[in-house]
Design a protein around this ligand. Structure first.
Ligand code: 9D3
Length: 250
């Protein structure tokens, strides 16, 4: 997979993609991330990449020409796939979207700065937009880093354990169960007994129940969109009954 990023801060993207499982994907050649700076394609003494907006108002807008030249440079180098503009106006990135992007040969990310990009560049070049959530960032670079991380970790051979991808939150629509590990200082204090039982059927059942219960407690919106099987419904009912009795409501 090849990801090209048009950004005024290519060094930020390179740093963000260099660590952890995604860094390993790069090392192993499963993925290539290349930054392209519109500044390098700006002309004139000042190499301007921004200009005041028509109609006035505060803030600056990214100029079309340096972006056109930058994109052409990336394409000439082999940049492939749709041009995706990171923007608060886009639909939110989902795990399903990360999965579908991970199944492609590549894509190009456009990071805006200032108030955004001249709408004519967007109309002529952008295939889709993606937001990473409902909060205000100062530019698209963190969004691009989020997309690269979410997609990169899904590439074959990136994760240590393929099962850990499948068991992820959102892959099956549920939050994760709690985790505990051996600790010199803490010993087994506070560790649910079932996890020490060695009974892998009971352990799997407990983990599923915790995932269902936590989702019910913390993200009822996720649960509302799911259709639970008979076994899951039973596990969740048992969890809810346990909550009620813990709270002293019989
Ligand atoms: C205060 C600025 N805003 C005026 C109403 C508009 C605005 C312009 C540029 C808001 C944010 C940005 C920069 N944001 C991004 O480039 C961005 C972003 C985001 O802000 N939130 C969530 N996802 C993304 S992806 C790119």
């Amino acid at each position: 997979m090849r990801i090209d990023v048009l950004t005024l801060f290519p060094e930020f993207i390179a740093q963000a993609a260099a660590v952890g499982v995604v860094g390993r994907a790069l090392e192993r050649g499963r993925m290539a991330v290349k930054g392209w700076n519109p500044r390098d394609h700006a002309t004139g003494n000042y190499r301007r990449v921004d200009e005041r907006p028509f109609g006035g108002g505060p803030g600056m807008v990214m100029l079309s020409e340096p972006l056109e030249a930058c994109l052409a440079g990336a394409r000439a180098d082999g940049a492939t796939g749709p041009l995706i503009y990171l923007s608060p106006q886009g639909p939110r990135l989902t795990q399903a979207k990360a999965r579908s992007l991970a199944a492609t040969a590549g894509f190009v990310l456009l990071c805006g700065r200032y108030e955004g990009v001249d709408e004519r560049f967007i109309a002529a070049n952008v295939d889709e937009e993606l937001s990473i959530g409902d909060y205000v960032l100062s530019g698209g670079e963190l969004g691009a880093a989020v997309v690269i991380d979410a997609v990169g970790r899904l590439l074959d051979g990136v994760l240590n354990d393929a099962a850990s991808a499948i068991e992820d939150s959102f892959e099956d629509g549920l939050l994760d169960c709690p985790h505990f590990t051996r600790s010199e200082r803490l010993g087994t204090a506070g560790v649910p007994g079932v996890l020490l039982s060695g009974d892998h059927t009971r352990i799997a059942r407990w983990r599923r129940q915790q995932a269902l219960g936590r989702t019910w407690l913390r993200r009822p919106d996720l649960l509302a969109r799911m259709v639970l099987g008979r076994k899951d419904r039973q596990l969740l009912e048992e969890f809810i009954a346990g909550q009620a009795s813990a709270a002293g409501n019989p």
